[in-house]
Design a binder for this molecule. Structure first.
Ligand code: ASP
Length: 700
């Protein structure tokens, strides 16, 4: 800094106690108001805003002119004296609103180009543009506050765990594939050509090895990488709070977790959660709510009617039961007020979840039934059903009859949709739930083998150990999930710590002896030198913060997130690499030859773009700055089109969409504003009712 200004205060932290003090503030110009002779500047930093007053009577004329030209987002330093504002100009909306800094000296530390979007209230701006200039978006207090929330949460977690002697240990990022069920991100090795590291999907294997090392209690705020399709609550790289404990039971782990989450909510959000976290077994959760991560902020359980349906007169229901299916229902309290149209929308939703349709019965206030179903049932059967679902006047009962999976999916999702519709899912209410007794394995019909429901290191319930080979699908796991408001926050399990059980587990999962040796030999070996019984847990930090912040997207709580295509729009990662880099790694990208040719030619074309000529042709005056911008823009478009050209479309049939076409007749009248003569009068040379233009094309 040329003027040697030294910051004395943060902008958001000056107050009446500082009146008459000399102070130097530094920050971004948030807003300016030029009152002629006096200029007010709102100066902003991460703590808030201060009002600065530049008075032309006290400031040298040339300097004052500089201040007049100052624009939003310039970074300046100002030295002056803090004084009380006139009472009528107090600003109650900001904490510094009763004082201001009367400027004596200032320095422009850096200038800002006009912004691509307004920082405040950028929510309507395209996400692409916002992510491209993420550093600008992060100047918005809303996002900044999310980062603070995350920081405070991490602080609370560290304190809780460290007070209980958990040790923070780092585990490798360049490592071997961890079977958490997602695709790996791979990193080629230069030294071991042809070999790859995998980025960790979680520190699972290493934290278990730490238990074998005698670390006893470990935790890590760990970065994990999973190459999955992205959703609003998923990112390719995310942060897990990961922990592992030796010599513990499931109950002990759950006890710590419950206490830790309550602690976080109390310390960070000042929310006291008094009740013990409710518990459901996996089976209860599926039966009652159709999902293993139920939102229990509202009731509305799923009711089983399969036994009644098995014997009823309605053939559709009976057939489903005869074929091993289920008939279940939801009772929507007060739902009879839904219009036909609203019920039709629910039916369409049910179909989108896989059901064939949605039968329903509405119960009028007078007890009269509104439904097509009544004619297919005996009165007694209907009474039985209404009894079972505890129907009352004003209710709407919706049914799903199908295979178990479809029934769970349909009613589970409809329950949530209806909860949203009826405003039963209050964002400010936090309902934790612990789910236990998961099945150990799941049959994967695509791969024709069992896969681990949690991961392959999960200990079976001891009473089911004997079933591991004979009836694997019946084995329960010592695994548990913590669910918050219908979102799975995290999961954990007691682990296998004995070589023979682990080996058996790998076999049940269909791994050959060689594969076991190659992928997990080191972990099996570690179990052969004395390993304590152990268990642990991990939960997604970003997802928790997203919920604590009441945010809809995980991207709002990560400083530099990727977009839905796993692209960092700011740095443009992932990107192609120089061919020399590939050569060093002895790698070749399939089809790269062609691709490289194409890219080089298109880029060459782009750099040769004669913007002046384009300007001439389009009759545009393009100045020097715009020229570069246009070149860049066109280059982007050319690259984009060449990428489209490279897509392999050979397997896709052309689609034909035929939309019904309606004639639209506009009834508005055209107001003829100008006469032909008036229009022609603008032409430089007008002759017999025409404008003469210079010749454009010379004939040979
Ligand atoms: N590693 C597991 C996961 O990432 C959590 C655990 O079992 O500790 O889901």
């Amino acid at each position: 800094m040329e003027k040697d200004l030294i910051r004395s205060h943060y902008c958001g932290r000056i107050g009446e106690e500082d009146i008459d003090k000399s102070s130097t503030l530094m920050g971004w110009v948030h807003r300016t108001r030029d009152m002629g002779g006096i200029i007010f500047v709102d100066l902003r930093d991460r703590t808030g805003i201060s009002q600065i007053v530049f008075d032309s009577n006290d400031i040298d004329e040339e300097d004052f002119r500089t201040i007049e030209r100052i624009r939003s987002e310039y970074v300046i330093g100002v030295k002056g004296v803090i004084r009380e504002r006139d009472e009528e100009t107090y600003n109650p909306r900001i904490p510094t609103g009763t004082v201001e800094l009367k400027a004596e000296e200032f320095e422009i530390l850096s200038k800002s180009k006009p912004l691509p979007f307004e920082i405040e209230d950028s929510s309507n701006v395209r996400e692409e543009l916002r992510l491209k200039h993420r550093y600008l978006e992060l100047r918005d207090p809303k996002l900044y506050n999310n980062l603070v929330l995350k920081h405070n949460t991490v602080k609370s977690i560290r304190k809780y765990l460290e007070d209980r002697e958990f040790l923070d240990v780092e585990t490798p990022i360049l490592t071997k594939s961890t079977p958490e069920g997602a695709r790996d991100y791979l990193v080629p090795s230069r030294i071991q050509t042809g070999s790859f590291y995998a980025l960790p999907q979680s520190p699972q294997i290493f934290k278990q090895l730490l238990m074998a090392s005698g670390i006893d209690r470990y935790y890590q705020i760990a970065r994990c990488f999973r190459d999955e399709d992205l959703r609003s609550d998923r990112q390719p790289e995310f942060t897990q709070v990961d922990m592992e404990l030796s010599f513990v039971s499931q109950e002990e782990v759950l006890g710590y977790l419950e206490e830790m989450f309550k602690n976080i909510f109390y310390q960070v959000l000042d929310i006291k959660i008094e009740e013990k976290f409710p518990r459901l077994t996996y089976k209860e959760a599926i039966d009652l709510y159709g999902t293993d991560k139920p939102d229990i902020r509202f009731e509305m359980p799923i009711v089983d009617l399969t036994d009644i349906a098995a014997k009823c007169n309605f053939k559709v229901f009976r057939n489903v039961v005869d074929n091993g299916g289920l008939v279940r229902a939801l009772n929507i309290k007060g739902g009879n007020s839904f219009t036909r149209n609203e019920i039709d929308i629910l039916t369409e939703d049910a179909i989108s979840y896989g059901a064939e349709g949605m039968a329903w019965i509405g119960i009028g206030e007078d007890g009269e039934l509104r439904s097509v179903l009544t004619k297919f049932f005996e009165k007694e059967e209907i009474d039985n059903i209404l009894d079972r679902v505890k129907a009352e006047p004003g209710d709407l009962i919706i049914f799903c009859a199908d295979s178990p999976d479809i029934v769970y999916r349909t009613l589970g999702n409809l329950r949530l949709d209806i909860g949203d519709k009826l405003g039963l899912r209050d964002k400010d209410e936090y309902k934790f739930l612990i789910v236990t007794d998961f099945p150990l394995l799941q049959w994967n019909s695509e791969e024709q083998r069992y896969v681990a429901m949690h991961h392959p290191f999960t200990m079976p319930a001891l009473e089911d150990l004997d079933l591991l080979e004979s009836e694997p699908e019946k084995v329960k796991a010592q695994a548990y999930d913590i669910v918050l408001n219908g979102v799975e926050l995290g999961s954990g399990s007691i682990r296998i710590h004995k070589e023979d059980i682990q080996e058996k587990m790998f076999q049940v999962l269909g791994f050959s002896k060689e594969k076991i040796e190659e992928r997990f030999g080191f972990i099996l070996e570690s179990f052969s030198y004395g390993t304590p019984p152990h268990g642990g847990f991990a939960f997604g930090l970003d997802r928790l913060i997203m919920m604590m912040a009441g945010s809809e997207s995980i991207r709002d709580v990560i400083a530099f997130p990727k977009n839905r295509d796993a692209v960092c729009l700011l740095s443009q990662a992932p990107s192609t690499v120089a061919s020399e880099q590939l050569e060093t790694l002895k790698l070749e990208v399939a089809g790269n030859e062609k691709k490289r040719d194409k890219t080089t030619t298109t880029l060459k074309e782009a750099s040769n773009l004669d913007i002046d000529r384009l300007g001439e042709l389009s009759q545009l005056n393009i100045d020097k700055n715009e020229k570069e911008e246009y070149r860049k823009y066109l280059k982007d478009r050319i690259e984009f089109t060449s990428k489209i050209k490279e897509l392999d479309m050979s397997e896709y049939k052309p689609t034909v969409n035929i939309h019904p076409v309606d004639n639209v007749v506009r009834s508005d009248k055209v107001n003829q504003k100008y006469t032909r003569d008036e229009l022609l009068s603008n032409g430089s040379t007008v002759e017999s009712g025409y404008i003469l233009v210079p010749k454009l094309i010379e004939e040979n």
